[in-house]
Write a protein that binds this ligand. Structure first.
Ligand SMILES: [Mg+2]
Length: 354
């Protein structure tokens, strides 16, 4: 898998490259381990595993060291279409403390505008500038690599979120929902003509993927010289409903990998593109950012690989048993039942005085 390295972030390489090197990564883990060790020694933070600590004193162990929280959305802020209990009040308390926050999701089916509507519908007062989706990341990658100047078009395997973001940067595109019902001519001598001006295929989660789209993407990537293969993310499973796990964008990306032999450029988590974008646009210090998510292989990896602090919440897909199991090799600095626990000591005081 290529990890997206934009020209914009290339300009930052001098300062950011160390954060992505294995050596820097292990040294970050070492210093985190040391800090965990000191937490175990000098505070009452509970150790449930050699490397993972449950957050019990956030006012001492977390909040003073973090200026910016990056929140994954599904499983952290909401589950499906319901906001998780206590989240609006928790976000308000964090803002009152002067903490900045950003909401980063690998789900590409909506644009930032679409997510803003979702936040509004859940009664969450979040400005559009704080929302980052992988549909936006795909457009940001094209913008940073000056794709528009090439005069080429994008073929989309995915939903409306990607198209809305491409419209905002003025890059021509086709495919997506409009190809949902199409079938190529597969009779004798049948062929699917394709546009030789397609310079990139973006693959995002697509509930209406079909053989036409796979064949079209295959032709563009295999036959158009220099055509890029961009994946919004490669999540194995997603949570369309809370009744079961559903095949995620990894399955759509896998289909295109299978017929092209190409590895995609991945722009969503755990790729560094979004964090590089945030740090360069907003001048953030990585060492004072905490990534908060419910998935180990995207959210927490995104944090640890990019030199951020990381915290896993159990309000989504990862169980405490899985987190603490011997098979798990991805270790957050802390974990908590939900971000409501960021004020657990304050809540405890209220309970004690009640
Ligand atoms: Mg999640």
């Amino acid at each position: 898998m290529h990890i997206a390295r934009s020209s914009l972030s290339a300009a930052l390489m001098a300062t950011s490259v160390r954060a992505f090197s294995p050596a820097a990564s292990s040294s970050f883990r070492s210093s985190a381990a040391i800090s965990n060790l000191s937490s175990r020694t000098f505070s009452s933070t509970t150790s449930l595993n050699a490397n993972v600590l449950k957050l019990t004193e956030p006012a001492k162990d977390l909040l003073p060291d973090v200026d910016v929280f990056i929140f994954d959305c599904d499983g952290v802020i909401w589950r499906g279409d319901s906001v998780i209990e206590g989240i609006p009040e928790t976000l308000e308390k964090l803002r009152a403390l002067g903490k900045k926050m950003y909401f980063v999701t690998n789900n590409s089916t909506k644009s930032r505008k679409g997510y803003k509507k979702k936040f509004d519908s859940l009664g969450l007062d979040v400005p559009a500038e704080e929302i980052f989706s992988s549909s936006f990341a795909a457009a940001a990658y094209l913008e940073q690599t000056n794709f528009k100047e090439s005069g080429k078009k994008v073929y989309v395997v995915g939903e409306i979120g990607i198209q809305e973001e491409l419209d905002l940067i003025g890059v021509p595109h086709f495919g997506g929902p409009e190809d949902g019902g199409k079938q190529p001519d597969m009779g004798p001598g049948g062929a699917l003509p394709h546009d030789s001006d397609v310079g990139a295929v973006i693959v995002g989660f697509d509930r209406n993927i079909n053989y036409y789209k796979i064949q079209y993407a295959q032709l563009c990537i295999n036959e158009n010289p220099g055509c890029e293969f961009i994946a919004t993310n490669t999540d194995a499973v997603t949570h369309l409903t809370d009744a079961q796990e559903w095949a995620g964008n990894g399955s759509m990306v896998g289909a295109i990998k299978g017929c092209t032999g190409q590895e995609p450029t991945v722009v969503g988590k755990p790729s560094p593109l979004m964090i590089d974008y945030l740090c360069s646009k907003l001048g953030l210090d990585k060492g004072r950012i905490c990534m908060v998510g419910d998935r180990l292989d995207t959210d927490i990896l995104f944090g640890t690989d990019n030199g951020l602090k990381s915290l896993l919440v159990l309000s989504g897909v990862t169980t405490e048993e899985k987190l603490l199991s011997q098979e798990n090799t991805i270790t957050p600095d802390y974990y908590a039942d939900s971000i409501v626990d960021f004020f657990v000591d304050e809540n405890a005081k209220v309970e004690a005085s009640a």
